[in-house]
Design a protein around this ligand. Structure first.
Ligand code: ZN
Length: 293
């Protein structure tokens, strides 16, 4: 049994911070144009130039609604891929159980985009090798444009980025509900299209009165990415990522909103403060070190 995921209250909603576990990815890919000499201070690379990352999946709960945002990598990777990304089976099912919940309790899934580290946990691989739905009762919301690219990637780069998505979409295609632009999933919970990281990347926003929580997914994957030019090399439109994150970070610091970070290895979520023109975090919901033990 894993430790109980930390929670915050957002008005009448509870947001629990689940993780699909820690993993590693190339530091250069994660920081784009930023020189290694700058990012290595806060993100020490291993001998393969990989940095430690998390797979944060916020679970938004109110009444019988349980809305999971992103699903991590899951257990579908081959043994070679598991070594490359230093990821094992995926911890989401254990973390749900630690909350007293089962995969069948998830009513909605908001998937920010269809890269393997966000949509991989939509399915589970059985010992027999067969893939099945990990959250069989969930309605799965993704932008129409993401599904179109997954089904018909038009060049080598998109083909590589959406390789996992094809088998995942095929496995649970009846659960997918394509949306086009900003959409209310349940009252108070929105999926909002930002673009930037992918053409149709979306974020999740919980709103109740003045309280707000936003999962910015790959618009601000770690705290370091709060700096304007620190964007992933994967971003298809890095300028758009910069503009969107500047807008949301300003609003979050002005209004004391909660933000969560898709891949930060020490902070699930925090409020944002702006000091001397730079954004930092306050009220951090920390990822405990025992998580990685
Ligand atoms: Zn990601």
């Amino acid at each position: 049994m894993r430790e109980t995921p930390p929670k915050i209250a957002v008005g009448s909603f509870t947001v629990a911070f689940l993780t699909d576990g820690l993993w590693r990815n190339d530091g250069g890919c994660m920081f784009g144009v930023v020189p290694r000499e700058l990012w290595k201070r806060e993100h020490p690379p291993d001998e393969q130039n990989r940095i430690r990352l998390n797979l944060t999946c916020p679970l938004i709960i109110k009444g019988t609604d349980a809305i999971l945002v992103d699903t991590g990598i899951g257990n579908r990777l081959s043994s070679v891929e598991r070594k490359i990304f230093d990821h094992a089976d995926g911890w989401l099912p254990d973390h749900l159980r630690a909350l007293g919940m089962e995969p069948g309790d998830i009513t909605h899934l908001i998937v920010s985009h269809l890269h393997f580290d966000h949509c991989g946990g939509i399915v589970r691989r059985r010992d027999s090798g067969v893939l099945e739905s990990a959250f069989p009762k969930a309605r799965i919301f993704v932008q129409q444009g993401e599904l179109e690219i997954a089904n018909n990637p038009r060049n080598e780069r998109l083909r590589a980025a959406y390789k996992a998505a094809q088998e995942i979409v095929a496995t649970v295609k009846d659960q997918f509900e394509a949306i086009d632009g900003d959409t209310e999933i349940v009252p108070g919970v929105m999926a909002v299209r930002t673009g930037g990281h992918t053409a149709d990347h979306q974020i999740a926003i919980v709103r109740d009165g003045a309280d707000r929580f936003i999962h910015l997914a790959d618009i601000v994957p770690t705290r370091s990415h709060m700096r304007g030019p620190w964007n992933q090399a994967y971003d298809l439109d890095a300028l758009r990522s910069m503009e969107e994150k500047a807008r949301y970070l300003e609003m979050a610091s002005d209004n004391k909103w909660w933000l969560s970070f898709a891949h930060d290895d020490s902070v699930f979520a925090a409020r944002v403060k702006k000091e001397h023109g730079r954004f930092g975090v306050t009220d951090a919901v920390a990822i405990s070190e025992t998580l990685s033990a």
